[in-house]
Design a protein around this ligand. Structure first.
Ligand code: ZN
Length: 134
């Protein structure tokens, strides 16, 4: 499996406007993009940290999985996303090695990436995302 780096950490927040100042004013990072991903019912805010990004996720609906996550577990780290050069191959390899997939086929994510999630029951409790860039 051709994992190159951690593409981003996804962090669930109730409000981007309330969360962003910590990253900008304390950590000194810059929010360079805010984007709504309609089919996931989230608004996302991105910060670069070297080759890795921080992706803040704010629910736009009570039906959003992020809203449910915050309700059950509070705000905090939601998922870890690994960059791969071959997402189809990575998914096939994970499945072949017994990992339960949330997404059997990759789909469109924020920032023009192709993404797919692995089930946390198969990954030691960490919701895991694969990402392939353009
Ligand atoms: Zn993500």
């Amino acid at each position: 499996m051709d994992i190159t780096h951690i593409e981003h950490l996804g962090i669930a927040v109730k409000s981007l406007e309330e969360a962003i100042p910590y990253y900008e004013k304390v950590l000194g990072l810059t929010c360079y993009n805010i984007e709504e991903v309609a089919d996931q019912r989230v608004r996302t805010a991105f910060f670069k940290v070297g080759d890795t990004k921080i992706e803040l996720l704010e629910p736009t609906s009570e039906e959003s999985t992020i809203a449910k996550f915050i309700e059950n577990r509070g705000e905090g780290v939601h998922h870890v996303a690994f960059a791969t050069k071959n997402i189809e191959g990575a998914l096939a390899e994970a499945e072949q090695k017994g990992v339960r997939l949330i997404d059997k086929t990759p789909r469109a994510g924020a920032e023009g990436l192709t993404i797919a999630f692995l089930h946390p029951k198969s990954t030691g409790g960490v919701l895991t995302e694969f990402c392939e860039g353009k």
